[in-house]
Design a protein around this ligand. Structure first.
Ligand SMILES: [Zn+2]
Ligand SMILES: [Zn+2]
Length: 201
């Protein structure tokens, strides 16, 4: 089974996280040449497909069980090596309820890496973003912030109060120096940019 660590990324794919429009994001592999505007085609491990099955079925049950699509996994009992067979189904319950079952079920076959392109045809997956302490939003797989020297995994826990002599009162838009490296470093350390007046005093 493929995990999401760097040495297990299939050639040509990028390990990232994707989302549709809610706060839920899922680990996935994407092919950077297979994008349609902001839409991407994610390839998921079986573990993530299980999570998607859980979340889509729970979402459908909560909102409209006959109006949503959901992922289902049908498994056989294990063979003599202990391996179950399985089929991943993408079921459009709206179609089933309103048109009939004939075209309501799509089998999602794994690719050669055992990864499942859930929602490849019509789910609007996009790459998730992470917001750095400096305020810059970066695509999930961009691990080093494009706006400062921090990385996604080394974000400061909490801004600490500053004793450098800067003005701790909340300033207004335009008062802060957001470009100099001294001010950016101050932001990283304290959660607050220096004012232009702090810099000159
Ligand atoms: Zn940053
Ligand atoms: Zn300060």
């Amino acid at each position: 089974m493929i995990d999401q660590s760097a040495d297990a990324i299939p050639e040509g794919l990028i390990a990232t996280r994707v989302c549709i429009d809610g706060p839920d994001t899922y680990p996935a592999f994407i092919d950077p040449t297979e994008t349609f505007g902001s839409r991407v085609v994610p390839y998921f491990t079986l573990d993530t497909v299980r999570q998607l099955a859980h979340d889509t079925q729970a979402g459908a049950a909560k909102h409209d069980p006959r109006g949503a699509a959901a992922i289902h996994i049908v498994e056989t009992t294990p063979d003599r090596n202990g391996e179950p067979g399985r089929v991943v189904l993408h079921i459009d319950w709206w179609q089933e309820a309103n048109v009939g079952p004939e075209d309501a079920v799509l089998v999602v076959a794994p690719n050669e890496h055992g990864l499942y392109p859930i929602g490849r045809e019509n789910w609007h997956w996009s790459v998730a973003w992470w917001r750095c302490a400096c305020g810059t939003a970066n695509e999930w797989h961009v691990s080093q912030c494009s706006g400062c020297h921090l990385t996604r995994t080394a974000q400061p826990d909490k801004p600490t109060p500053c004793d450098c002599g800067c003005n701790p009162e909340l300033g207004a838009y335009g008062e802060y120096d957001t470009t100099s490296s001294a001010s950016r470093q101050h932001f990283v350390d304290t959660g607050r940019f220096l004012r232009h007046t702090d810099r000159t005093s």
